[in-house]
Design a protein around this ligand. Structure first.
Ligand code: TRP
Ligand code: ZN
Length: 891
């Protein structure tokens, strides 16, 4: 662990290294407490860089020896955590031997143990915790790796590339040698040495090569890897069909590990996954889990081209690989859903996926962009790079790629991708390189102004107003953009914002659009390009006053400000031809009601609002998955951001009143939904079925929240009879979010049924940590969380457990976390400090829960500030947490 708070690294300070590495020959003598790592690298002088020493970074290493061309080096210095070695000539062989202690490594970065096996995690800067190395992504080398370990404890020895040799050694040990034919940056190195078994499949790639696919798990989990394997095969096909990109290895391996900081990692040929995103079977995984497995498997697989074959020059360019790869996995999931839904349901299935993505963006990225950690998708500085694996870099980054796709069109985008690979395959490049190549492939399409999306932080506002002129049948739409100031960025320039527009006639049908100056009317949805601060667009031939439907498909990551009365929102909820906007109309209406109720404890839920919800609920023409999205209230985190000052207790009370009103008033409708849509027969993961289950689960949630006796009875029965996790957990969640006396027994029964299943217990922890207080007698969530902290199944060392219990409480239960007595905030300090001593990356994620404290009421701010200060003053605080808390305090 770092003992001092880290200095700030600037993007502008990038310089190529004086020496890089051509080949690396690594030998690991694996041992739980003392692993010996011998690293022989051929270092070569970089003619394009300034003269200087060889620089090798190292962290938490015990250095055993260091030689240059077989002899002790003439001059070695330590500077900024790196070794500097003077060398002459154009190439030298550096050999460095180090010892590491995997058992003592609780950070899960570098080489660590999980359930007796050895695993590595090197992105972003974990490789320097394994050996001394110029640990930067612009150093691309060819790796040969020999692993040596105890044969009984670690029968399986894996690393990147191809297995070239294996054999037995004395004393019950064995070895395996792997060679990766592709040069790669050190962050893509991986090894696994553990007791695992594999599901294997052989498939033929588009060029006719047969490749071996393996998914490695612990023996007891072999019955839940089929879906991951199917997802991998589908991802391979999709990348061939959509981008002409083929797997470039003879063997592709996925390994699942229970202790993992994030979702998964795209190491070349050896992806390592959090078990949560691999293991799925009907009895233990929900529809959402199935969906997540599919998209994370795809995401990591797609990195093989967008990330690995073409990688990032430096970590400021992270969105080059992450934004693009998230966009690719979103497109993949949309295509998979559309295909499963068939021609009739395809459009709705795509919209449901898009809505999911927008929900995530609004819930996670918008608050980030409005807080002290706001940064452009390509940041200009950081203290700790691990803190920049953010919703901005990933999700907003994907939105930026999506806008490029919108502006260039499907074919133009594909041409740009082709050119990108033809120029940059095997290189480490920048976001500028990517955008330039997109322009070049599209006849020099001007993207200069578009680059501002990479430079400016903050969520842009687009203010729209429209005027219909009865006399000449014109409709004038004025769009104005502005981006609020963010830390360190006070002045913002106008962006290129694609605004997809439709005009709805009084009959509820779209008007064919004709802009002034055009010969005839064309499509019903048009993408307007907003590039100035204010722009006016005039439509002609509009014979009656239309209702505008703006930002269709969520065509840009902005906040749309448009004055619409309740009647208009209800009209668009019922008629907007764009499903995303139909959903958005419902969200806006719900937001308006929630904020009004939060401002006035005596206010009641307006009848017109309930009626609008009823109309949507009973619209049988709408796919159940869509209805489940549209009838779910907006996320609490998003609503808190929309509230000024943010008052979590008042908002929670408003949401409780809304849930109860919608549950009680629409009880008969919800009951009918349950009856009509309930599925019989064996579970299958299919979007049509999943949509029905989602709507039924939502119905139970509303009925239970309102305390409707027949609803609660249904939930109890469904909990008892469920044949799959989606239904069992849906029913349990409904019971837990109610005053039902069956609540405790159901939680106990669920626990007992799944007591040996770590991933299912995570759901059990999360459900309780996220519970609202429905009755006066109900226990505060914090009391429950404290009890669960000492549950034998809980462990502060396992990130999944931490995210389930603490992450849910801090980030998904603001009404309880921000209790007026400050107990939640004091608890946060305790836990952040305890976590930081083991795993700074995880601690920093939890620390972020309070970063937007300045948006809260004065009373809450007064409670939070001293707690932030306590954390910042804690001795031995990591750079990770120090950056978050320091920025939150404005230090
Ligand atoms: N590159 C990974 C992905 O997005 C994520 C990742 C970055 C990661 N750093 C990590 C995963 C550290 C685990 C631990 O696909
Ligand atoms: Zn990624």
């Amino acid at each position: 662990m770092k003992t001092e708070h880290a200095p700030t690294i600037q993007r502008a300070d990038y310089r190529p290294l004086s020496w890089t590495v051509e080949t690396v020959d690594l030998h690991f003598r694996l041992d739980a407490e003392a692993t010996l790592v011998t690293n022989r690298m051929r270092c070569v002088r970089n003619r394009d860089a300034a003269e200087g020493p060889i620089r090798l970074w190292g962290e938490a290493l015990e250095r055993v020896s260091l030689t240059v061309d077989g002899a002790a080096p003439t001059a070695v210095r330590e500077a900024d955590g790196a070794l500097e070695i003077d060398a002459s000539g154009d190439a030298v062989l550096v050999e460095v031997v180090t010892r590491v202690n995997p058992r003592a490594n609780t950070t899960l970065s570098g080489l660590y143990l999980s359930n007796g096996g050895f695993f590595t995690q090197c992105e972003a800067e974990g490789f320097r915790r394994i050996t001394c190395f110029p640990d930067r992504p612009d150093v691309m080398a060819r790796y040969t790796v020999t692993l040596e370990a105890d044969r009984a404890a670690c029968p399986v020895l894996l690393s990147n590339g191809n297995l070239v040799e294996e054999g037995l050694l004395p004393e019950g040990r064995h070895y395996a040698k792997w060679e990766d034919p592709f040069p790669k940056p050190s962050y893509l190195f991986a090894l696994v040495a553990a007791k695992l078994v594999a599901l294997e499949r052989r498939v033929t790639t588009m060029s006719g090569r047969e490749v071996l696919l393996q998914v490695w798990v612990e023996a007891g989990n072999l019955d839940r890897v089929e879906h991951a394997m199917d997802s991998l095969v589908h991802s391979m096909r999709w990348d061939e069909e959509s981008f002409g990109l083929e797997l470039d290895l003879d063997r592709f391996m996925i390994v699942a590990v229970a202790d993992f900081n994030m979702g998964a990692m795209e190491n070349k040929g050896l992806n390592i996954f959090n078990t949560k995103f691999i293991l799925a079977k009907p009895d233990t995984a929900t529809d959402l889990d199935y969906e997540n497995v599919e998209s994370v498997v795809a995401h990591e697989y797609f990195h093989n081209w967008t990330g690995n074959r073409v990688t990032c020059r430096d970590w400021f360019q992270l969105t080059l690989k992450e934004g693009l790869t998230v966009f690719r996995d979103q497109q993949f999931s949309a295509d998979m859903l559309a295909r499963a839904a068939g021609p009739e349901g395809a459009a709705s299935a795509r919209a449901v996926k898009r809505i999911d993505d927008v929900r995530v963006l609004r819930a996670a990225q918008f608050p980030e962009d409005g807080g002290p950690m706001a940064h452009p998708i390509r940041p200009d500085s950081y203290q700790e790079i691990n803190n920049f694996y953010t919703a901005t870099v990933y999700e907003k980054g994907a939105e930026v790629i999506r806008m490029l796709h919108t502006l260039l069109g499907q074919e133009g985008f594909r041409n740009g991708m082709d050119l990108y690979f033809s120029y940059f395959d095997g290189q480490a490049v920048t976001c500028d390189d990517f955008v330039e190549v997109m322009s070049e492939a599209n006849n020099g399409f001007d993207l200069d102004q578009f680059m501002r999306w990479y430079e400016q932080a903050g969520t842009p506002r687009v203010k729209a107003s429209g005027v219909w002129n009865a006399a000449d049948g014109s409709y004038t739409l004025t769009l104005a953009q502005s981006t609020p100031a963010t830390p360190g960025q006070h002045v913002k320039q106008p962006l290129v914002i694609p605004v997809a527009v439709g005009l709805i006639g009084a009959d509820g049908r779209d008007v064919a659009l004709r802009l002034e100056g055009e010969a005839q009317a064309g499509a019903c949805t048009r993408v307007l390009k907003l590039t100035e601060d204010v722009q006016v667009f005039r439509f002609v031939g509009v014979s009656a006053e239309p209702v505008p439907s703006l930002l269709r498909g969520f065509s840009a990551p902005v906040i749309l400000e448009l004055d619409e009365d309740d009647a208009r929102l209800a009209f668009r909820m019922a008629h907007d031809a764009d499903p995303c906007n139909r959903w958005d109309a419902a969200q806006r209406y719900a937001e308006r009601v929630a904020l009004a109720l939060a401002a006035d404890p005596a206010a009641v839920v307006p009848e017109a609002f309930v009626a609008a919800f009823r109309t949507l609920l009973n619209d049988g023409a709408l796919d159940p998955a869509f209805r489940a999205q549209a009838l779910a209230l907006p996320g609490e985190a998003y609503l808190l951001e929309r509230m000024s000052p943010a008052d979590p207790a008042a908002l929670r009370s408003a949401l409780v009143r809304m849930m109860r009103a919608l549950g009680a008033t629409l009880a008969a409708d919800w009951l009918e939904v349950v009856e009509r849509l309930q599925l019989a027969g064996a579970y299958r993961y299919h979007p049509g079925d999943a949509g029905r289950r989602a709507l039924v689960n939502l119905a139970l949630r509303y009925l239970a929240a309102a305390g409707m006796a027949d609803g609660l009875a249904l939930a109890e029965a469904r909990f008892a009879d469920a044949t799959n996790m989606t239904e069992r957990f849906g029913a349990l969640a409904a019971l837990v979010q109610s005053t039902s006396p069956a609540r405790a027994a159901a939680l106990q029964a669920f626990h007992d049924r799944h007591r040996d299943d770590a991933l299912v217990l995570d759901k059990w922890f999360a459900l309780q940590a996220g519970a609202w207080r429905w009755g006066d007698a109900a226990e505060p969530a914090l009391a429950r969380v404290r009890v669960l902290l000492s549950d034998p199944a809980f462990s502060l060392s396992n990130p999944n457990k931490v995210y389930a219990l603490l992450g849910t409480f801090f980030r998904a239960n603001p009404g309880e976390f921000h209790a007026a007595d400050g107990s939640g905030h004091a608890f946060w300090v305790e836990q952040v400090i305890a976590l930081d001593a083991r795993n700074p990356q995880v601690a920093a994620r939890m620390a972020r829960a309070l970063e937007n404290w300045r948006h809260f009421t004065p009373a809450l701010q007064a409670s939070i500030r001293p707690q932030l200060e306590r954390v910042l003053a804690a001795p031995g605080l990591s750079a990770d947490v120090a950056e978050i808390v320091g920025k939150a305090l404005g230090a």
